[in-house]
Design a protein around this ligand. Structure first.
Ligand SMILES: Nc1ncnc2c1ncn2[C@@H]1O[C@H](COP(=O)(O)OP(=O)(O)OP(=O)(O)O)[C@@H](O)[C@H]1O
Ligand SMILES: [Mg+2]
Length: 267
């Protein structure tokens, strides 16, 4: 058995965060394994970005502990954690072309990726034909892939993505989902993705973390969530939305839904 796989890559213990005396997150306990893709899902304002920022290290938790491969990172500053984030607005450098954006971080740390690795990433993300374009000559999906490449060449120990697909249309979204999966598998890269789209979360991830009212409503595999929703919130917020979507699609294609969703296991 592979020993590395047994390591808890990232462990959050009793994380608590409040702003202006209002509790945003409380008693967040979570273990994420190496190479897992985990989506964080929940209604607007439930604390998804806050949780991502605490993992990244740009926001401090009020209490609790963050461990990575057994090392306590709670008080380790962001730049020493070795994690990296792709922000929703990509934050690319408009004055540099695609290639210079991708390799920007390597200017001071050229040993992190070889030229061959950079070239492989460019091909994996389908960016070869765009390398010498300016950022404003790219589509949203292309910019997203440049932002991913720029982060990936730095070989982060964990890849964090804040709503990376929300601005993309269906076809591009599916192709980027596939690419994220491929990268995570190929590089055995632990990836945490914030989204508020249940379909995206359940089809992209190994595990889904559902947040509600400051706590974890459920953390499990897509299969567990779909077949064993732990409480009425998961049933209403996640499964009912999906069922409505499914029925809309059947209606559009003039067919009857063949079966109903399984009954929830409310607790
Ligand atoms: N710096 C801050 N100061 C005060 N309150 C904040 C701060 N950052 C976030 N909040 C509050 O914390 C709560 C959680 O915010 P957060 O950005 O984590 O939500 P979210 O789940 O990412 O929402 P969305 O889906 O809309 O992006 C919100 O009520 C927000 O107003
Ligand atoms: Mg957010």
């Amino acid at each position: 058995m592979c020993r590395r796989k047994e390591l808890n890559m990232l462990k959050l213990e009793n994380i608590r965060k409040s702003y202006d005396n209002v509790t945003i997150l409380d008693q967040i306990n979570l273990e994420i394994e190496e190479g897992e893709i985990v989506s964080i899902l929940g209604p607007s304002g439930c604390g998804k970005t806050t949780l991502l920022n605490m993992i990244l290290g740009i926001t401090d938790a009020d209490s609790g502990k963050i461990e990575f491969q057994g090392e306590d990172l709670t008080d380790v500053p962001m730049e020493k954690r070795g994690f990296n984030i792709v922000f929703q607005d990509y934050a690319l450098f408009p004055n540099l072309n695609v290639y210079s954006n991708i390799t920007y971080g390597l200017r001071n740390k050229p040993q992190i990726s070889t030229q061959k690795e950079v070239e492989e990433l460019i091909d994996l993300l389908g960016l070869r034909e765009h390398l010498y374009k300016r950022i404003d000559q790219l589509s949203g999906g292309q910019k997203q892939r440049v932002a991913l490449a720029r982060t990936m060449v730095m070989k982060p120990r964990i890849l964090l993505l804040d709503e990376p697909l929300s601005a993309l249309d269906g076809v591009i979204k599916e192709s980027i989902k596939d690419r994220i999966k491929k990268i995570a598998r190929e590089y055995q890269l632990t990836t945490i993705i914030v989204t508020h789209d249940p379909e995206e979360a359940l089809t992209l991830s190994d595990k889904v973390l559902i947040l509600n009212k400051g706590g974890i409503a459920q953390f499990g595999t897509p299969d567990e969530i779909v077949h064993h929703p732990k409480n009425p919130f998961v049933q209403d917020f996640i499964l009912n939305q999906l069922e409505i979507k499914r029925n809309n699609i059947f209606t559009l294609f003039d067919r009857q839904p063949s079966e109903r969703m399984p009954e929830s296991v409310a607790c």
